[in-house]
Write a protein that binds this ligand. Structure first.
Ligand code: SF4
Length: 365
């Protein structure tokens, strides 16, 4: 088996020091500057979801602040042990749309492909945490065989989305092999990579890594920044490396209570993504019904109010679309507060960004 995050050392593999010096096991929580009570609570909560964080990400935490937004994303909290009614093992219905192992086919022209169920960082809010625990395996050539055969048999598939687990936690050699195997399927046009690695382990984004992803397919990398403090000089360098390789960069965030549920935080995040990193804010996800996450979810109304306020401050290119991934595989649906107040005899009343309603009379041929 190819084991994620353990490829042989290479001259540009300084990122491996970040992995080794970070938290890889529950016992590594002992090395963090937590009080005895906090450590015991984190160890107990780690039974709900795996623990892992590279040193580069842990270094962003202000340990004097128990509510630090970076800490909230990676250090287990006792609140995760509280199961709320309505929470789900598979919040967006991946399994119901999985005709073969390691693949989800929900929409005709695209599939999710899971080359690994391991990550560089285990996020406390992860909606796939049950799969990461119950399946948990890394990449092997054989494991991906049925999924790739399925893609080859379905000519309507244009986009392959590598997700996870985190695909960029795999060694270059495995990624090169996966890219080449997908590229060999003629009807596939786009390779999309969903990853937290540029956020949590930016040193992993090397020239060698981007080189193995370059080929016939258009490459889009969808990053996962949730807070402006995650944007550092190293992250900037990582994103520049990917942009210079010709990759399209988009970001999806999750709206998390106590992390980024303030308009000022989201505004700074979106501006820095676009202006500093060249990463287009793409989606802002309403919190999925992942188990033990009630303490991090906002209401939809709170999310809509935040996004309406955000939209008044930001240009279109800096504004993400607020979406919910519906349970049972209903897909992503926009949740932006409606600007439409009504329509009568072809005249619409539409609320502008300034809050004022104006009339818009349709003129059609
Ligand atoms: S990197 Fe992605 S798949 Fe992995 S734990 Fe975080 S959110 Fe989940």
């Amino acid at each position: 088996m190819t084991t994620d995050l353990k490829s042989p050392a290479t001259p540009d593999a300084a990122w491996q020091d970040d992995v080794r010096a970070g938290v890889r096991h529950v016992r590594d929580l002992d090395r963090l500057p937590l009080s005895p009570a906090e450590r015991a609570a984190a160890q107990a909560a780690a039974t709900a979801h795996k623990v892992r964080a590279p040193k580069a990400y842990l270094d962003l935490i202000d340990w004097s602040d128990p509510n630090d937004p970076i800490r909230a994303q990676v250090i287990p909290s006792p609140d995760e042990l509280v199961a709320a009614e309505g929470e789900l093992d598979d919040p967006i219905g991946d399994h119901a749309f999985s005709p073969v192992p390691r693949l989800t086919h929900r929409h005709a022209d695209r599939v999710l492909l899971f080359p690994t169920y391991q990550c560089a960082v285990y996020c406390r809010f992860c909606f796939r945490k049950e799969s990461l625990t119950s399946i948990g395996r890394g990449y092997t050539r054989e494991a991906l065989g049925p999924a790739l055969a399925y893609i080859a048999d379905h000519a309507e598939i244009r986009e392959v989305i590598l997700t996870g687990g985190d695909p960029l936690s795999l060694p270059d050699k495995a990624l090169e092999e996966i890219r080449a195997r997908i590229e060999a399927i003629p009807h596939v046009r786009l390779l999309r990579i969903h990853t937290r690695v540029p956020v949590a382990l930016p040193a992993r984004i090397t020239t060698g890594l981007v080189a193995v992803l370059q080929g016939r397919l258009m490459v889009t990398v969808v990053t996962h920044f949730n807070h402006p403090r995650e944007i550092t000089d190293d992250v900037e360098r990582a994103c520049r490396t990917m942009r210079q390789a010709g990759f399209v960069l988009l970001n999806q965030s999750v709206l998390l209570k106590g992390v980024n549920d303030q308009v000022e935080v989201l505004e700074e995040l979106c501006r820095e993504l676009m202006y500093r990193l060249g990463v287009k804010p793409y989606y802002l996800h309403h919190g999925d019904l992942a188990r033990g996450m009630a303490h991090r979810r906002t209401t939809i109304a709170e999310g809509q109010a935040l996004v309406a306020a955000l939209r008044r401050r930001l240009s279109g290119i800096c504004s993400p679309t607020y979406v919910i991934d519906l349970p049972d595989g209903g897909g992503k649906v926009p949740l932006a507060a409606s600007h439409i107040e009504g329509c009568e005899a072809g005249t619409w009343r539409i609320r502008g960004q300034d809050g004022e309603a104006r009339e818009y009379r349709e003129v059609v041929g």
